[in-house]
Design a protein around this ligand. Structure first.
Ligand code: IPM
Ligand code: MN
Length: 352
């Protein structure tokens, strides 16, 4: 198989962890006789510095011409609480999502035996947890118009809007995923208060008729925030709108014990994007200490979702498991003799 992968390392630890994911993909290509062409470009603060734009047109073009996108992280403390900053790196992320039509954000939450004790939750709660948050990513209050301030500057407003079409597109993805998993979709909303939530309920209820094997349940977002911590084992696929998904997926990530292990995919109309969920982690940048596993597992999702390379994905997953079972890890997950980012990447690569 011959494919082009856009590589956008971005800010903070992004470049370091993405280098390890690329290393692993190169090994996969060599071993299974595929040809992956990696094409690197700018995004985030790095792109503001060099091109004055957090998502330059050249990067956009590269993404459109590629078969998949591997993305590191966006964010730089130089831009936080800085009223002089005209443009923030995060705007690059939001423009990219919109420009590429990345409508479904997929965040799997699974536990690893070796890091379970790192979770603030008791092992009897986290054991065996395996669910996926599907967050709608380019609609709702993040993008709705009108937004802004009144002329006197004393009032501000944001608008939450959803169309049936936007809901159907992401719900279809969730239902299809559930049929390949445990067959349960939980729609998380605030239908007791919000008109948009009521449209979500109505729309998914119409759709469920086409998925006889899937059970659909509804949960208010406040209750869901509680249930994710109390009985996470009950969930299979959580489907929700943009902002609720943003909040709940961060909450869900603590179940695992380390943010450094969790991958994500953002499914697009054409090209999809894969990124570790941990963000730029500026304090660790340049120190070769960040955990590369989230980035490597994001590369696995890329192989599986964009290229359908299931066998290859499995081989990488097993290499990660094998490394963890041996007690290897970066310092966020092991206390004794932690490995560096690049050593860990090498070990995983060699295990494939
Ligand atoms: C995320 C992030 C972004 C979001 C920010 C950086 C704009 O928190 O990917 O979850 O809110 O979507
Ligand atoms: Mn977030």
């Amino acid at each position: 198989m011959k494919k082009t992968i856009a590589v956008l390392p971005g800010d903070g630890v992004g470049p370091e962890v993405i280098a390890e994911a690329v290393k692993v993909l190169k090994k996969v290509a060599q071993k299974y006789k595929h040809q992956f062409d990696f094409k690197k470009d700018l995004i985030g603060a790095a792109a503001i510095d060099k091109a004055g734009d957090p998502f330059p047109p050249k990067t956009h073009k590269l993404c459109l011409e590629s078969d998949a996108i591997l993305f590191g992280a966006i964010g730089d403390p130089r831009f936080d609480n800085n009223p002089k900053a005209k443009v923030r790196p995060e705007q690059g992320l939001l423009s990219m999502r919109k420009a590429l039509g990345l409508y479904a954000n997929v965040r799997p939450i699974t536990t690893f035996k070796t890091t379970m004790t790192k979770s603030p939750l008791r092992p009897e709660i986290t054991q065996g947890v395996d669910f996926v948050v599907i967050r709608e990513l380019i609609g709702g209050i993040y993008f709705g118009e009108p937004r802004g301030r009144t002329e006197d500057g004393n009032k501000a407003f944001d608008t939450c809007v959803y169309s049936k079409e936007e809901i159907r597109r992401v719900a279809k993805f969730a239902f299809q995923l559930a049929t390949k998993r445990k067959g349960k979709v939980t729609l998380v909303d605030k239908a007791n208060v919000l008109a948009t939530s009521r449209l979500w309920r109505e729309t998914v209820q119409e759709m469920i008729l086409d998925y006889p094997k899937v059970t659909l349940e509804f949960m208010f977002v406040d209750n869901a925030a509680m249930q994710i911590i109390k009985r996470p084992i009950e969930f299979d696929v959580i489907l929700t709108e943009n902002m609720f998904g943003d909040i709940l997926s961060d909450e869900a990530s603590v179940i695992t014990g380390s943010m450094g292990m969790l991958p994500s995919a953002s499914i697009g109309e054409k090209t999809s994007l894969y990124e570790p969920i941990h963000g730029s982690f500026p304090k660790a940048a340049g120190k070769n200490i960040a955990n590369p596993i989230a980035a490597i597992l994001s590369a696995v999702m890329l192989l599986e979702y964009s290229f359908g390379l299931i066998k290859e994905g499995k081989a990488v997953r097993e290499a990660v498991e094998a490394a963890l079972t041996r007690g290897w890890g970066t310092k966020d997950i092991v206390l004794e003799n932690p490995m560096s980012t690049s050593e860990m990447g090498d070990k995983i690569k060699d295990n494939i």
